[in-house]
Design a protein around this ligand. Structure first.
Ligand code: AMP
Length: 424
């Protein structure tokens, strides 16, 4: 093969497409029920938008962005995540001026130059929600409920909700000093990235997945034990609300998420089915991002969830069984005149909303019937020379095997009735 997919990317083949559509429809349906409205943003943005918001000491900005220079010298980046573009659009179009709380959702491809492995791609897809404008813990909980409902209604089993609070600058500064004091004696054992993080943003050391770093973190102070009163109260309320809703969760003090702009609530939904890359989706509060990007201080919360990993889990749990689509009707025709009648009939039926297919390969009747069967057609209309002469067609019920002769005149109405009567 001369040309192959670029490493870390994936084709969605026709047999996979219904799976994507199933999930997309579920996402749209649930989002609409919770009153989130769809937003779409371009595939690329100015590099600075991501560098600034996600933070320079994150893996995403440090190593994973697809950045390119365009004529005139401007640097652009394929979006690695959606929160920054959503906030950019929120500010640019003054969405907050029309409503106190703006609730948005998206479905979009993302691009990160990650090391490809199971569940990790370089072009992948996320759905997510952002609620911009409220600091109320109930909205943190609402975003969690949206994510969980999507998984639940898709039939997912064995997921777990992990919860933490990463505080705010007020509690994080003194905590960072404490964490640095803990890390300083262990610096030699940390990876080069973590050594840089130690200086600039030590909390991200807790998110390092390298064995060497992980083993040095036993006994490290955790932000959850150092929250200021406001953050502690907020976190308490989030937990209280989840309990009142009978949503089980696990507090995980080490959960800090990969991006710098998070404050207070951080959460992740994981699946036992996923192995090392076990995160299905995650989110949290980002009260500082809107002002960081030039707006007035505006609290916000949201989540992002991966589509590829969700599909992986659904496949493992057999949740796509019986999703083989089929065309409803196949029109088998023999000879030029019949073929032209068939094309006309198909056009009429398609115009009236009936999906149908024809033979374009001049196949024998037997081969056309075999093809109709392969495509899962429920009904086959047969038009041959005989049928043209008698102005009738044969309609064959592929499941029951019965055949009947029907006048060609008005056959479209007859077929539609038959389909309505239960063949679909
Ligand atoms: P993040 O934006 O890193 O918090 O990721 C949110 C979700 O997106 C993860 O839980 C994954 O489901 C998905 N995700 C992130 N990075 C990738 C990737 N490289 N390939 C596939 N899915 C990803």
């Amino acid at each position: 093969m001369k040309y192959q997919l670029v490493k870390g990317t994936k084709d969605v083949l026709p047999e996979d497409a219904p799976r994507w559509r199933l999930i997309e429809e579920k996402v749209r349906g649930v989002m609409t029920r919770y009153n989130y409205r769809e937003i779409q943003t371009p595939i690329f943005e100015e590099t600075d938008l991501f560098a600034r918001s996600i933070g320079p000491y994150t893996d995403i900005v440090g190593k994973e962005m697809y950045t390119f220079q365009v004529r005139g010298g401007k640097s652009l980046t394929l979006k690695p995540e959606m929160t920054a573009p959503v906030v950019r659009a929120y500010l640019q179009h003054h969405l907050g001026e029309r409503a106190g709380l703006v609730k948005l959702y998206y479905l979009s491809p993302m691009f990160r130059q990650d090391r490809p492995q199971a569940g990790r791609f370089r072009q992948f897809h996320q759905f997510g929600a952002e609620a911009i404008g409220s600091a109320d813990p109930r909205i943190d909980v609402e975003t969690i409920l949206v994510a969980l409902r999507i998984y639940q209604e898709l039939g997912l089993k064995n997921t777990a909700l992990l919860l933490n609070s990463v505080g705010c600058p007020r509690c994080r500064r003194p905590y960072e000093e404490e964490l640095r004091a803990f890390l300083v004696g262990r610096l030699k054992g940390l990876c080069p990235d973590c050594r840089a993080r130690y200086r600039k943003n030590p909390i991200r050391v807790l998110d390092c997945k390298r064995e060497g770093c992980l083993s040095l973190l036993a006994g490290a102070p955790m932000i959850l034990d150092h929250l200021c009163d406001e953050c502690r109260e907020h976190f308490g309320e989030v937990q209280h609300l989840l309990k009142a809703l009978n949503i089980s969760f696990e507090v995980n003090k080490q959960l800090v998420r990969g991006l710098d702009y998070y404050t207070k609530t951080a959460y992740e939904v994981i699946s036992a089915e996923l192995g090392a890359q076990d995160s299905l989706g995650g989110g949290g509060r980002y009260d500082l991002l809107v002002s960081d990007l030039g707006g007035k201080a505006t609290p916000a919360v949201g989540f992002a969830a991966g589509m590829e990993r969700l599909i992986l889990v659904m496949e493992k749990q057999g949740l796509f069984a019986g999703d083989k689509p089929g065309t409803v009707l196949f029109i088998a025709a023999l000879g030029p005149e019949a073929q032209s009648r068939a094309l006309k009939l198909a056009e009429t039926l398609r115009g009236e909303g009936v999906p149908c297919e024809l033979d374009y390969l001049d196949r024998s009747l037997k081969a056309q019937l075999r093809e109709a069967n392969r495509q899962g057609a429920k009904l086959v209309v047969i038009i041959g020379e005989e049928e043209l002469k008698s102005n009738e067609a044969i309609i064959k019920d592929m499941k029951g095997g019965s055949q009947e002769k029907v006048p060609l005149e008005g056959i479209n109405s007859y077929i539609k009735q038959k389909i309505k009567a239960g063949l679909q």
